[in-house]
Design a protein around this ligand. Structure first.
Ligand code: SAH
Ligand code: SF4
Length: 341
């Protein structure tokens, strides 16, 4: 079976090449061809020996994803729909910010966590994405737009910590100085709160940003919104987050979806600030993006503002997220890989 070169971390490629009788430094050269010079044609990798090029041709390929559509939003956001080799469809979303270009990538086909407000969870997990399929999203988005991706967020369809090893390899690959060289601090992983994986993530000590989808201040409501809360209730989640902060010295982001009449009262804001007091964190308030299958409604603008102000007044750093790409269903929670539209 042919192996996709995009799936190797530098270390893994070095080990593979040494094992095959080639030199470890060839891995760096290959990374430079793939990720700095954007060359996937082995014949053009002229600093590799003929024997190595022949070996690669026989055993490896460099496959990007099939781009189905690239939809452009009025604000410059682009939603890519890709077909995987087994015909499953996935999406990635490119956003332009004042600080650079970010790409929100998909980590699984479907998602098993089943949050009651999220379109991605409507489809159960079909399979994990391979590392190469995540790298290929970045490569394809860069190729299509001609722009360098400066930031990557693992916030598309899927729960990254339910596909932990592949996501961690993906992060190692895009961070690699001989490759795409995306700074650790420009990479963010978002999780619904799988606590043992937060501990495993902390152990890696890699400076990558961690975002936690909190969305509620009581276990009753959080369990109703996010079934994962039955396994890892709020107190356990926050204890895990505190361990993470102690071990990494990094600030954590809490995402908090604003749902009309459910979690957006002033007493919710007070409970939230009590829960988070003393934790090195900031809160990202997210306007809800309506999904036609669900009855939820987003909080009104003035309620969002009052909530935001209340958090600030009680000493919690918080921002109200500006939404991008809602007109093309590219905003958070709206990804569902529909071909029609
Ligand atoms: N599975 C991970 C990452 C992908 S979801 C997680 O849940 O964190 C990325 C973010 O989008 C999460 O904070 C999620 O709660 C949020 N989200 C899901 N559905 C949404 C919707 N309809 N409107 C706004 N945000 C939504
Ligand atoms: Fe999965 Fe995240 Fe959507 Fe929940 S919010 S269903 S964890 S993708």
């Amino acid at each position: 079976m042919m192996i996709n070169l995009y799936g190797y971390t530098l270390k893994q490629l070095e080990n593979y090449l040494e094992h095959q009788g080639f030199k470890a430094f060839n891995a760096r050269q290959i990374f430079q061809w793939l990720y700095k010079k954007h060359t996937s044609d082995f014949d053009r990798m002229t600093n590799l020996s003929k024997a190595l090029r022949e070996h690669l041709k026989q055993t490896h390929h460099v496959t990007s994803l099939d781009l189905f559509t690239a939809q452009k939003s009025a604000d410059g956001t682009v939603k890519f729909l890709f077909a995987l080799a087994d015909d499953h469809l996935i999406e990635a979303v490119l956003m332009r910010h004042f600080y650079g270009v970010s790409l929100c990538i998909t980590t699984q086909v479907g998602c098993n966590i089943g949050c009651s407000f999220c379109a991605s969870g409507l489809k159960k997990r079909i399979r994990n994405l391979k590392t190469a399929e995540m790298v290929a999203q970045v490569m394809a988005a860069q190729k299509k737009t001609g722009e360098k991706i400066s930031h990557v967020v693992l916030m598309g369809t899927g729960e990254p910590f339910d596909n932990f090893d592949n996501c961690m390899d993906f992060i190692d690959i895009i961070k690699e100085p001989h490759g795409l060289e995306i700074g650790a601090r420009h990479i963010t992983v978002s999780t619904s709160g799988i606590v043992p994986k937060i501990d495993a993530f902390a152990e890696r000590q890699n400076q990558v940003n961690l975002a936690i989808s909190l969305h509620a201040t009581t276990d009753k409501l959080r369990s109703a919104l996010m079934p994962i809360n039955d396994a890892y209730p709020i107190a356990e989640l926050l204890a895990g987050v505190k361990r993470y902060i102690t071990s990494t010295n990094r600030r954590v982001t809490f995402e908090y979806l604003m749902l009309k009449g459910l979690n957006d009262s002033i007493s919710d804001a007070d409970r939230l600030s009590d829960l988070l007091r003393g934790i090195n964190c900031y809160v990202n308030l997210i306007p809800y993006n309506p999904i036609s299958e669900f009855d939820y409604q987003g909080s009104e603008k003035k309620v969002q503002t009052a909530f935001h102000q209340r958090l600030l007044k009680r000493g919690i750093t918080a921002t109200l997220r500006e939404e991008k790409g809602a007109d093309i269903d590219a905003a958070c929670g709206q990804l569902r890989a529909k071909k029609t539209k």
